[in-house]
Design a binder for this molecule. Structure first.
Ligand code: KIV
Length: 294
């Protein structure tokens, strides 16, 4: 395994980290922002080194990494555990932790305590909350306290039972107007960015033009200031369902399956491990050992 050298450590210190200010500048200059989910150190390190701007420890963790039906069972402890691992792998990317279902809905006090713990214990650079007007007051409290907040509008999976599924959101004129108002309220409350999920691209374009903070789209068309996907979706690893808005850039499920099948065959046929993968004590020590145990 490659050892970290003095030079590597020096280089890490010189990495220019992505901040809320960087994202604002990217929006102003028309440079698109990229965000991907990460739930562990190995993935975080690969995505960070590939140049992704934001790593989101999304509560999609519940479905993709923990095997739950939806995102509702995810706990603050789950998010803390996984965000700590992701933060260790991120040298350049901004790390954002999702606030799970019922960690910010009970009271503002409880929400502040949970957000504070996530920030204190993980190394995250901010939190993400779902909702508009309902949470605008809380977003103001958090940002006043120094906690950077990313909003999330449109399809908000924590409300799946209220929404009646994972369908397109804000497609009526009335709902689209409400979403625009919500986005403006979140911006006013101090949010540094807003995720727009599964909304018509025309609406996302209007919202992106109205806001001075960047929008990050998922199923919201090309006119957002950035794009986010679940990493396992884009890599073709998660096939329980593949939404229309996902582009698969690889089929790692096949690649992994093939590699694992080859491993099984090699072990069963005796081809693995070969001498190259084994350690020897040397003929003399072996002879002595055999004498000793005779
Ligand atoms: O939980 C998540 O992964 C998300 C993204 C899909 C935006 O919220």
């Amino acid at each position: 395994m490659a050892e970290s050298t003095c030079c590597d450590r020096h280089r890490d210190q010189n990495v220019k980290k992505i901040t809320g200010q960087t994202l604002k500048e990217m929006k102003s200059s028309g440079q698109k922002i990229t965000m991907l989910t990460a739930y562990d150190y190995t993935f975080a390190k690969i995505l960070d080194e590939a140049g992704v701007d934001i790593l989101l420890v999304g509560d999609s963790l519940g479905m993709v990494a923990l095997g739950h039906e939806d995102t509702l069972p995810v706990t603050v402890e789950d998010i803390i555990h996984h965000t700590r691992a992701v933060a260790r792998g991120a040298k350049r990317a901004m790390v954002i932790a999702d606030m799970p279902f019922m960690s910010y809905q009970i009271s503002d006090e409880k929400a502040m305590e949970n957000a504070g713990n996530i920030m204190k214990l993980t190394g995250a650079h901010g939190v993400k909350l779902e909702g508009g007007e309902r949470i605008a007051g809380l977003v103001k409290k958090m940002t006043d306290a120094g906690i950077p907040v990313m909003g999330h509008l449109g399809l908000t999976p924590q409300s799946v039972h209220q929404l009646g599924g994972y369908g397109l959101q804000a497609s009526s004129v009335k709902d689209a107007k409400t979403l625009i108002d919500d986005a403006l309220l979140l911006e006013k409350a101090g949010a540094f960015s807003i995720v727009l999920e599964k909304v018509p691209s025309e609406l996302a374009e209007i919202v992106s033009a109205r806001l001075s903070i960047p929008t990050i789209g998922i199923g919201a068309g090309a006119r957002c200031d950035g794009q986010v996907l679940v990493a396992q979706d884009l890599l073709g690893m998660f096939d329980r369902f593949v939404p229309k808005f996902v582009k698969q850039y690889a089929n790692l499920k096949n690649t992994i399956e093939q590699a694992v099948k080859s491993f099984i065959n090699d072990v069963q046929s005796g081809e693995f491990p070969a001498d190259d993968h084994s350690y020897s004590m040397g003929p003399k020590a072996l002879e002595d050992l055999k004498k000793l145990i005779k």
